[in-house]
Write a protein that binds this ligand. Sequence first.
Ligand code: 0WD
Length: 254
Amino acid sequence: QKVLSGKNILIMGVANERSIAWGIAKALHGAGARLAFTYQGEKIERRIKELVKDIPNAITIPCDVTKDEEIEQAFSTLEKEFGTLHGLVHSLAFANKEDLSGKFVDTSRDGYALAQDISAYSLVAVARKARPLMKEGGSILTMTYLGGERVVPGYNMMGVAKASLDACVKYLANDLGPENIRVNAISAGPIMTLAARGIRDFTNMLHIVEEKAPLRRGVTPEEVGNTALFLISDLSSGITGEIIHVDAGYNILG
Ligand code: 0WD
């Protein structure tokens, strides 16, 4: 009997094989979970269907989180396929490129709203839909970054969106706790993915971590995946509203 045998988990945010969500998917699959994936748009559809071939019984469902109809449709498909949901992994974010460089003070109204909508509000929207399916309790997990706790030069608008996401984790944890639904976040150190390439100076951020972090190295999607396995499973049954840093210790430095 594996840790996640008999558990149904939804993973949102696999864009390609380098996505953090894919590292998480491999860990959860290895622990015996049955997986569903949502993806945004046709370009990603082809890639995800190719990837998911290695995972028997996995289902793929379209879901652009900016559209209420798509969220509605995705969860209704999920209810038909799974009935009961035990876990949800939210691993997606977006900000316009121009809001990830230069000065934060120059962020436009539209750019601010878009980043908040996709990167923070989407967690609230999907938690609300997951709630009725989590009849046996559940675990919701999102991905955050240190730039929401303090200024990381260049992270700009995404830092403000992550601060909001971190607060959403706590308010959701408090709302859903009485139903035994836990809500937590992993704050990962920098990992080279598609989204990371949008951040100017990302390579530089990686080098600084490798040089200064207590473990003197970066972290891998597999390491994030293993922590996700802990947070999604009953091994972490006493933990909610928490942000766990998987960053080789970098966040403890002043
Ligand atoms: O260093 C890193 N890579 C870190 C990432 C450090 C700490 C945290 N994170 C966070 C990110 O902010 C994000 O929340 O981890 C999460 C996953 O990011 P990732 O694995 O680095 O990035 P990626 O593989 O690009 O997946 C993010 C995906 C999008 O990919 P692209 O690059 O095509 O924007 O989020 C999805 C999309 O697939 N996404 C959406 N999904 C549904 N609806 C939407 C949307 N509107 N917008 C973006």
